[in-house]
Design a protein around this ligand. Structure first.
Ligand code: DUC
Ligand code: ZN
Ligand code: ZN
Length: 478
């Protein structure tokens, strides 16, 4: 299949230019003005922007979690993602404690064969022993994994205490991989959940109150300081509040290589949702970290605008009303997760580009290119240039959509952006040269997506370490 996208404005993280884009065999062959080629299909992108397809670096398709399984499969989730302009996800392999990392990785690879767009995996380190150390090496050297996730919350389940974080971060350094963290102090969450219940608070309003911003701030700071002591870069997922931003800003100012991600939901939605009288509505918003009081959103936007947060994601993790009802009598049993893969790009465009907070180039950076760079996929992904994968979104800045669970493609019965009309929508989403979102028609094919290897970073880690670790070892000759 060959495809020519004509008359559009190509917008990448680096530049905007009037150019045609010719794709063949799943890759971009030429970018240039007035291309004359024989092709199977021509898309007229007049008045539209031709951008790298979105990369959502944080999703959980069909995740077994909190006694149930997320309702979105790798097929339905990536298809919905394509309807929203995405062409790649980074999902998470999450081994149960004592489960071999390699076994879990192979299990997830099997599930993900259904994906309609390309995908890759972060692998969670949920426990520690010699086999985990060895499996991390195998995953990096043989299976194209260059990022390892650490949940600092979910005590008694997948939480990684310091005695796991420290050796795992050190192993990441040796391997040229990057540690990532879900930053919430799991001990404190567990303590505060009990406190809430002692005070008779059993409804969804107990969720944000048992996971306040200081719980996130403490964990973010601790993870960043551990990374600094070891000399390894670090990526903090779903930064939701000022208390977590603070150590990120401080560390970046000190020259530490710290990256931060924020979610479309945290940028736009505040914690009043948990105090709604309707239990189902409130429970549908239960995710961790929770939505925050309004002032945090302004700070997250500023951090995104200034480049102190580099990526946007969704933490797409869907549970339907009947699954949320598992926590009807106890908020701590409500499966944590909300959807958003179909809406992230349009919401970011509407609230970011339309308001002037982000330039179009910055929009591409935070929805695609930066994730590709941080996770070593660039320029194969996240760019529009000859040789890159033909993963493209043709964006209609005048198109409008009113977001609703009744019309979305996500396999979940609730939408946190319900009723919002966004201006700026994907008109065509092209995955490896195939048009899978075709002017309102979803043509995603189950199994068409491919696993993408991410090689380790070939930085000079010893030099990086020397520059980062404040106190170089000093021996005294006696
Ligand atoms: N947070 C969620 O809300 N869901 C899945 C896992 C997580 O950390
Ligand atoms: Zn998380
Ligand atoms: Zn997550």
């Amino acid at each position: 299949m060959s495809l020519l996208i004509k008359n559009g404005t190509v917008v990448t993280a680096d530049q905007s230019l009037t150019a045609d884009v010719y794709c063949e065999g799943g890759v971009i062959k030429k970018v240039g003005q007035s291309l004359e080629v024989t092709t199977d299909r021509v898309i007229d992108a007049g008045g539209m922007y031709v951008m790298p397809g979105g990369i959502d670096p944080h999703t959980h398709m069909e995740l077994p979690f909190m006694g149930t399984v997320a309702s979105e499969s790798f097929f339905t989730g990536t298809a919905a993602g394509a309807a929203g302009g995405n062409t790649m996800i980074l999902d998470f392999v999450i081994p149960s404690p004592k489960e071999s990392l390699l076994d879990a990785y192979k299990k997830w690879r099997g599930w993900a064969e259904k994906a309609a767009t390309d995908y890759s995996f972060h692998v969670a380190v949920t426990w520690w022993d010699k086999s985990v150390y060895e499996d991390m090496g195998t995953l990096v050297k043989k299976y194209g994994v260059n990022s390892f996730k650490h949940f600092m919350a979910y005590k008694g389940a997948i939480m990684a205490p310091d005695e796991t974080l420290v050796p795992s971060f050190k192993r990441c350094l040796e391997l040229g991989a990057i540690p990532t963290v879900h930053a919430e102090n799991g001990e404190l969450v567990s303590f505060l959940q009990k406190e809430m219940k002692t005070q008779g608070i059993m409804g969804p309003e107990g969720h944000p109150q048992s996971r306040p911003p200081e719980v996130e701030g403490e964990a973010a700071n601790r993870a960043i300081r551990i990374a600094q002591s070891i000399g390894v870069p670090i990526y903090v997922v779903h930064v939701s509040c000022e208390e977590a931003l603070e150590p990120i800003l401080r560390a970046r100012k000190e020259g530490q290589r710290v990256y931060g991600e924020c979610l479309a939901g945290h940028l736009e939605i505040d914690d009043s949702v948990y105090y709604n009288k309707d239990w189902e509505y409130a429970a549908a918003h239960v995710m961790s970290p929770p939505f925050r009081p309004k002032k945090h959103q302004a700070s997250l936007w500023k951090a995104l605008q200034s480049g102190n947060l580099q990526t946007t994601a969704t933490d797409h993790c869907c549970f339907c009303a009947e699954q949320k009802a598992m926590g009807k009598e106890d908020f701590s049993k409500i499966p944590n997760g909300t959807a958003g893969i179909e809406d992230r790009m349009a919401v970011l465009w509407d609230s970011g580009v339309n308001t002037g907070r982000l330039t179009m180039n910055e929009f591409v950076a935070v929805t695609s290119a930066n994730a590709a760079k941080i996770f070593n996929l660039y320029p194969r992904k996240g760019s529009i240039q000859a040789g890159a994968d033909a993963d493209i979104v043709v964006w209609d800045p005048e198109g409008k959509r009113t977001i609703s669970a009744k019309t979305h493609h996500q396999n979940v019965d609730f939408n946190i952006f319900e009723g919002r009309t966004v201006k700026g929508v994907p008109k065509y989403t092209i995955s490896r040269g195939n048009v899978i979102w075709d002017d309102g028609e979803l043509k995603a094919v189950e199994g068409a997506g491919r696993y993408i290897d991410r090689p380790p970073y070939n930085r000079d880690y010893e030099a990086v370490k020397k520059a980062l670790v404040h106190n170089a070892p000093r021996a005294v000759k006696r």
